[in-house]
Design a protein around this ligand. Structure first.
Ligand SMILES: Cc1ncc(COP(=O)(O)O)c(C=O)c1O
Length: 409
């Protein structure tokens, strides 16, 4: 039986296994709390995504979004699957390089540039830089000039939704004119990509059609209105935003690809384009889990059942917005139909996981909770509380190894 339909976490004859290794063996080597990472699950997710994308768009490329998780074993798995990487800082770039991504397959993206980002141009020729600000284009061109290098240039456009503000706006004529001026002054940058990320946990395949439409509109405006020449084939980068594979099934991904293809062919010549993506959560989310201990089981004044865990929002940040699933480690195949809420370890009533989620009837202090879907945005977004962070147990090819959990400095 798969837990949450995840082949990396299964129960057979009452024995729970992570990536093929019995949980008892892992528990004998590691003391909770700890993360579990199954790199094979990430490799499978890469294969599944690439198969669907290249089925519709031969040669489609994917750039794994490092901010989702920078765990070295995960990065090595994704690099070995032939993905590129998306880095938003020099530090992410170096982690990707160390994991085996070739420099030219690491897209330098993000809304914020520091000196370290521009220094990358001194170290590597022909990098792919994705810019969101017209004011950053001249400094980028200058940095290339100083270092005697060139760079490929992507332009990030905002997804057309009320309130969105990051990236260029394809429908803002003045902003497009400023962008056109900035581009025409460049000597060392080759525009080759237009990018638009439709958001997080996207449920509607038509969002990708909307993103694609915005990019085509921007391309037309820049080419026809401002004389910008894009290198062929023009890369259309439709971003990430795919939920975990339990929800983003192959059927869903096929619908996404069809929606993009229909949008391009309705008004443009498909042969002018190559298509790419920046998935994060889809690749890493269900490759990671966390084992935590129920320290106290108690009731609140309304009689609701709670358990205090030895992890909290300092370990799994609220920003993750992940679809956590909770299982009893000791009784994984018992019915999980009785509500419980989990209080985290940070001393505030706000540190709550899974309010009223279904769990086993007998929650016992000292027993353990297996949280699935902890592989995305757990460790990478801010965590500044004073407790020790849990280590990561990497379960691969039948063996467990330990890695410190990769944290931002
Ligand atoms: C520009 C961009 N690309 C890709 C991603 C990855 O998104 P996801 O993990 O939802 O696939 C993000 C996430 O915030 C993003 O901002």
């Amino acid at each position: 039986m798969r837990l949450a339909n995840n082949p990396a976490f299964v129960v057979n004859d009452g024995i729970l296994a992570f990536g093929g290794v019995p949980a008892g063996e892992v528990m004998a080597q590691a003391r909770p709390p700890f993360f579990v990472l199954v790199p094979e699950r990430a490799r499978e997710n890469c294969r599944a995504f690439a198969e669907v994308a290249s089925g519709t768009f031969p040669g489609a490329r994917s750039f794994y979004s490092l901010k989702t998780s920078m765990q070295p074993a995960l990065l090595r798995a994704v690099a070995s699957a032939g993905f590129g990487a998306q880095a938003v800082s020099a530090r992410e770039f170096d982690l990707a390089l160390a994991a085996g991504f070739p420099a030219r397959d690491i897209m330098v993206d993000g809304t914020y540039r520091d000196a370290g980002t521009y220094d990358l141009l001194a170290r590597h020729d022909d990098l792919l830089f994705v810019e969101s600000w017209a004011g950053n284009i001249a400094p980028l061109d200058d940095a290339c000039n100083r270092n005697g290098n060139t760079a490929r240039l992507g332009l990030r456009f905002r997804f057309p939704k009320r309130g969105n503000r990051l990236g260029f706006s394809a429908s803002d004529g003045a902003a497009m004119a400023a962008l056109g001026d900035a581009l025409s002054a460049c000597r060392h940058l080759t525009p080759c990509m237009l990018a638009c990320h439709p958001g997080s946990q996207v449920q509607d395949p038509r969002a990708y059609a909307t993103a694609c439409g915005a990019l085509l509109e921007a391309q037309d405006a820049l080419e026809e209105g401002h004389g910008v020449a894009f290198r062929a084939p023009i890369m259309l980068d439709l971003g990430g935003g795919f939920p975990e594979p339990e929800m983003a099934t192959a059927g869903f991904l096929h619908e996404v690809m069809a929606a993009i293809k229909d949008t391009i062919t309705a008004s443009h010549d498909l042969s002018r384009y190559s298509v790419c993506f920046e998935p994060g959560r889809y690749i890493a989310g269900d490759a990671g889990a966390l084992v935590a201990t129920m320290l106290h089981v108690f009731n609140d004044d309304a009689g609701n059942r709670w358990a205090l865990l030895d992890i909290g929002m300092d370990v799994l940040t609220r920003f993750a917005n992940s679809h956590y699933r909770f299982f009893s480690l000791e009784h994984p195949d018992s019915a999980h139909g009785t509500p419980i809420s989990f209080q985290g370890r940070v001393p505030t009533e706000q540190d709550v996981f899974g309010k009223g989620v279904h769990f086993v009837k007998d929650a016992v202090a000292g027993e353990h909770v297996l949280l699935l879907n902890c592989g995305a945005y757990s460790t990478t977004f801010s965590m500044r509380f004073s407790f020790e962070q849990p280590p990561t147990v990497v379960v691969d090819a039948g063996k467990c190894t330990f890695e410190p959990t990769a944290l931002p400095r």
